[in-house]
Design a protein. Sequence first.
Length: 242
Amino acid sequence: MFSIMASRARDLLERFGAQVTLATQGALVAGAQPLGWAELDGILPDHGLPRGVVELRAPKALGGGTSIALTALRAAHERDPRAWCAWIDPGGTLYAPGVAMAGVDLNRLAVVRSPRKGLLRTAVKVVRSEAFDVVVIDLDSPPGSITADNEGLSRRGARSRDETIEVFVRKLAMLTTEVGVTVILLTDATVVRSSPLPVALRLELTRNVRSISVRVGKERHGRIGLAKTVALDTKPGLVLAG
């Protein structure tokens, strides 16, 4: 299976040429990656997002997770002019003009509209390809997300669903260690799970008109803390079209 994915990565490199850098090459495998958002970086334990699985947990849509994920993509593109990122968007909710206004280079962003049934399998393949510096996975995007599709499940079925997602996250964690990628999971805080996801870093977010409240809810070295507020007007400036 790995040889197949390596072949697919080579195909991607052949298609896009020097525009693509494997995540295992050069500086892309370094430690924590700053977001370029000084106030937010100051809250994070290593002043950036780790190479590993990061969960941005916010209540439903517009809770702040998308804003931080876009900032991470913008930072990756600014760090390396060859870097590519991917956004797995099963709900088709990603708004291209908003992405561009956030400063993300659309020419180096692959948007994957995976069917929900194959979302987890597709996400693993994207990460394993080694073609992307940051991969965002909209895990609980409405409507019809993995969790919402199973609202009628029995308790045993719900537990099975949670176990499947936990195995998926553990697999991603092993892959990120191998290929040096940051994977960002966008999750819905209103979705009840039997246990927290086994991520390297979980940020618990709430947002109002002017700020995002950020709490480090989990960190692999145990460095958690109280919620802190980050003003939205301190975010790196928007790019205006035209």
